[in-house]
Design a protein around this ligand. Sequence first.
Ligand code: SF4
Ligand code: SF4
Ligand code: SF4
Length: 246
Amino acid sequence: MPAKPRVAFFDFAGCEGDQLQVANLEERLLDIVSHIEVVRFREIKTIKLDDYDIAFVEGSITRPEDEPRIKEIREKAQVLVALGACASIGGINCLKNFINENEYMATVYGDKGRWYSTYAARPLSAVVKVDMEIHGCPIDKNEFARAVKELLLGKIYRPPDYPVCVECKMAGNICRYEQGKLCLGIVTRAGCGACCVTEGSVCWGCRGLLPEANMDAAGQIMNEHGFSWLEAQDHLRLYFGYNGRL
Ligand code: SF4
Ligand code: SF4
Ligand code: SF4
């Protein structure tokens, strides 16, 4: 890796919210940019070069023609980073995997559905090797800055391997189960500070399933609090849809 690595941003199926988070770093972005050379970043510059060392890739793979493109990016990049839930775990794009293809194509494109190709949505790692993942929907810009710093030091950033509940307890929140609500913090990878719970909502699982998530125990907790499997499944599929255990 050169002293000042060349960095490129790419997007597949997604809303570009993660790239926006990077652009939102503002003054800190200027500091980061002094240590890297940004050769492609559609949201902030028009120049597009094809030589890069690090590729940050946002969005899911949702069409057969996405595969050669992500494989080419993989071939060129020394380090490939999946940026956000769509890229790292498949995310909300995978909701379509539970619906009949004709139905969702007609809903989105009406009678023009046959003009477009599609297939089951999947994370980048289903097609190419991914070196590093930055989770969330959208990503946390401070975590992005930390991850880039690690990369510049020649390290690979690894997110926390404990559940959101740990951060939730540290934040002093009342558990949503005690308030009769379903929350996925029990099986979701931490790192966001349980921000959604702290702000009054529940955890929807956007940072992905913990690698060692005990789904049987989670199901038992949901069941004990009066939630049916269908209610639990509705929540689980929002972000964990690519996971085969649903
Ligand atoms: S992970 Fe969320 S913010 Fe990022 S592209 Fe997907 S929908 Fe948008
Ligand atoms: S509210 Fe959710 S994240 Fe917080 S402790 Fe309860 S289950 Fe865990
Ligand atoms: S609390 Fe859950 S849904 Fe909210 S940011 Fe954290 S992981 Fe994502």
